[in-house]
Design a binder for this molecule. Structure first.
Ligand SMILES: Nc1ncnc2c1ncn2[C@@H]1O[C@H](COP(=O)(O)OP(=O)(O)OP(=O)(O)O)[C@@H](O)[C@H]1O
Length: 686
């Protein structure tokens, strides 16, 4: 039986073609599955096409589908649909080849590249290759790769001379636009200083299986197993219907090969995925949850937990779309909800302390122990409790004396002993009133699970791990079957650049979650333009960012899949001036066709919101525990930087105070805020 693989870009084209054409495409697909002889399918060679494998099929009076017929095997590729003339024009000078080293499909146009960048004569390229491989000149990082290495990196043979001619970053950036995307990614890694092997592993995620190599450039039979960025094998009628439906988003069906490998990585112990904002971590985690749920017995439970409520609400809705059936087997919640449920089910009957409760207790404790308290700054006492004692579940002097307090001001043993008296008193006062902080509830839940009062899950998956404190890590460890030796017990995902709540990085290893050898980093940004990604990354220049397990996060080779305008940075001298600038900008965006729901302002600033309302532009506050209603409810969104975490918008206004640069926490928050923007970012400095 023949197979027909579909190219990702068809999805965007499908939104523009009439329903009749989509129906014809579905018929064509079915015919392939039934009988692929070219006579029955009426595939016609395209006159004058550079690549002899190009065929066209009629899908409506004036519409043609472009199909690539294999030279070996029985896998065909549906690569384009358009009006007759445009479709023929599109495929005229392109080549379609299965790459001999990577095993992926590559589409390239030598003529187009020659028009855009100068390609040297074969002979001079060969001469320069000979010089470089003998090590005489290594002026540009790519010089270290000879022709064979460039081929191994995924460059089609016909494009090797063009790559060899590159001598500067600008020339490389220009050429990279035209290279097959996976090859461009590998070369970006090399240009950033990686060895070829490293770049192949880091950028394409070679985990353990080598790609299946095609018998020749016209053999597409192994493409389904290759690290293709943009081909999908349609699996059955339902899948086809889904692809042809209006609202299919690319993330639901096209995973980056690295994401795909992580989704289906069968591991013996806990695993970790990290990566900067927008690199598709949540998408990979959701697909993994579905993959696990589909192979789990009915009685076994799968847990997916986040730190913030808003992200868990968003994930729940996305999972329903991703897997209408399998999502029912996945429990989605956030850490505090989870901990509270466990604690309540296990008999805890207390109350979670509000900020006001804690404030009143601190005042009491500090006045009762005024001599002791006078030895320290009061803010220091409270923050030491909130950031160290409470989240780490410290309940004895010994534990406090020996705890690691990374990121906190240094204090000696004698000072710790004095401080402990205050903390112990605070804990006693809480216990008397049956009050627990959120961290305290997490601690109770952890104890209950460890004592066997609450059943474990078969698979546990965690997002926003950077905000989990030590007790929270211990809780998720206890909830997963790590100690039972079962496969895929726990998958944790996070990003040290986005730590907003838990100030002190806690390596997962400290909670007994051993991920060595099972940790991978995603590098390709799908959300944000390259310009916004770089600007946001610049906000954290000089800040040490951790990899969630005691190492540092390496952003070498990080890239966005698309480019856009530079962020606009304006200085304003008052909130009223900021309001005026925002109104002008939003009006301009609305004129360009943006919906109000696609624009977001952060943090909340009354003068700006009033200015919009006064100008007749509706606004909508992003609320806790609620999903963004999307286009159903118009209004320019606004909310705190914490609230918009986990969301994304076409355009974002970031109200930036220059003093933010002095506070590491604000720098992280600004990074999170800026990386919510997909296309446009306006930064208003005050
Ligand atoms: N393979 C993919 N194809 C297309 N789009 C993708 C893919 N993977 C992720 N995306 C899109 O990229 C955006 C970011 O993805 P996701 O939210 O998973 O990233 P993240 O790493 O969890 O981000 P953050 O840490 O900033 O919250 C989303 O719009 C998502 O739909």
């Amino acid at each position: 039986m023949a197979q027909l693989m579909w190219r990702r870009e068809l999805l965007t084209q499908l939104t523009k073609v009439p329903a009749k054409v989509k129906k014809k495409l579905a018929e064509l697909h079915r015919k392939f599955e039934e009988d692929s002889t070219q006579a029955s399918l009426h595939l016609k060679p395209v006159q004058g096409a550079r690549d002899p494998k190009v065929r066209s099929a009629r899908v409506g009076d004036d519409y043609r589908a472009i199909i690539i017929a294999p030279e070996q095997g029985d896998t065909y590729l549906l690569v384009h649909v358009d009006h007759h003339d445009e479709a023929y024009q599109w495929c005229q000078s392109k080549q379609f080849e299965a790459h001999g080293a990577l095993g992926t499909l590559q589409i390239f146009d030598v003529e187009e590249i020659a028009r855009a960048v100068a390609i040297p004569e074969e002979s001079s390229a060969a001469a320069s290759a000979a010089v470089d491989t003998e090590g005489f000149s290594a002026a540009y990082p790519l010089d270290s790769l000879d022709d064979e290495a460039l081929f191994t990196a995924g460059i089609p043979k016909a494009l090797i001379p063009a790559v060899r001619a590159v001598r500067t970053d600008d020339a490389f950036e220009q050429l990279a636009e035209y290279l097959p995307p996976e090859a461009a990614q590998v070369l970006y890694g090399v240009v950033a200083g990686m060895s070829l092997d490293q770049a192949l592993e880091e950028m394409l995620g070679a985990l353990e299986t080598a790609p299946v190599k095609p018998a020749g450039p016209g053999d597409f039979s192994h493409l389904a197993q290759a690290a293709n960025l943009d081909l999908v094998l349609v699996a059955g009628e339902e899948h086809l219907k889904e692809i042809l439906s209006e609202d299919i988003e690319a993330w639901r069906i096209f995973l980056h090969p690295y994401q795909r490998k992580l989704v289906q990585w069968d591991v013996k112990g806990p695993m970790k995925i990290h990566g900067a904002a927008g690199t598709g971590k949540t998408v990979a985690l959701m697909h993994r949850a579905v993959w696990l749920a589909k192979q789990t017995a009915d009685q076994d439970r799968v847990l997916l937990t986040t730190y913030t409520t808003n992200l868990s609400v968003t994930i729940k809705a996305l999972l329903e779309r991703l897997a209408p059936k399998a999502h029912q087997g996945i429990e989605v919640t956030n850490l505090h909800q989870l901990a509270r449920t466990i604690a309540l089910r296990c008999g805890w009957r207390g109350k979670v302390a509000e900020d006001a409760d804690l404030e009143a207790l601190w005042e009491q404790v500090l006045s009762q122990e005024s001599d002791l308290a006078a030895e320290f700054n009061q803010d220091f006492i409270r923050s030491e409790f909130a950031e160290i004692v409470d989240p780490m579940g410290i309940d004895s002097e010994d534990a406090y004396l020996t705890t690691v307090r990374s990121g906190r001001p240094r204090i000696g043993r004698a000072q710790r002993k004095l401080l402990w008296r205050l903390f112990a008193r605070m804990q006693r006062e809480q216990a008397k009133r049956n009050l627990l902080t959120f961290e305290g509830v997490v601690h109770q839940a952890r104890l209950a699970v460890e004592q066997g009062q609450f059943p474990r899950y078969r698979h546990v998956l965690v997002d926003e791990l950077q905000d989990f404190g030590l007790e929270a890590l211990r809780l998720i460890r206890a909830l997963s079957p790590i100690d039972e030796g079962l496969a895929n017990p726990l998958c944790v995902v996070g990003d040290g650049h986005q730590r907003l709540y838990n100030r002190t990085p806690v390596p997962v290893g400290r909670a007994g979650i051993e991920v060595r050898g099972r940790s991978r980093r995603l590098k390709i940004n799908y959300r944000t333009s390259e310009q916004i990604r770089r600007w946001a990354q610049g906000l954290l220049a000089g800040v040490e960012v951790d990899d969630l397990d005691g190492g540092s996060a390496d952003t070498t080779g990080d890239r966005s899949v698309f480019r856009g305008p530079d962020p606009q940075v304006l200085t304003v001298d008052s909130p009223a001036a900021a309001g005026g600038a925002v109104v002008d900008w939003v009006r301009h965006l609305l004129d360009c066709g943006f919906g109000t729901h696609e624009i977001c302002i952060t943090p909340t600033e009354g003068a700006v919101i009033n200015a919009l309302e006064t100008a007749g532009i509706p606004t909508l506050e992003l609320l806790p525990r609620q999903r963004d209603p999307g286009q159903d409810e118009p209004g320019v969104r606004y909310g705190t930087k914490k609230r918009i975490k986990g969301l994304e918008f076409r355009a974002v206004v970031l109200l930036y105070r220059d003093t933010d640069a002095e506070d590491a926490r604000e720098r992280f928050a600004n990074y999170v805020a800026a990386t919510r923007a997909r296309e446009l970012l306006l930064v208003l400095r005050t």
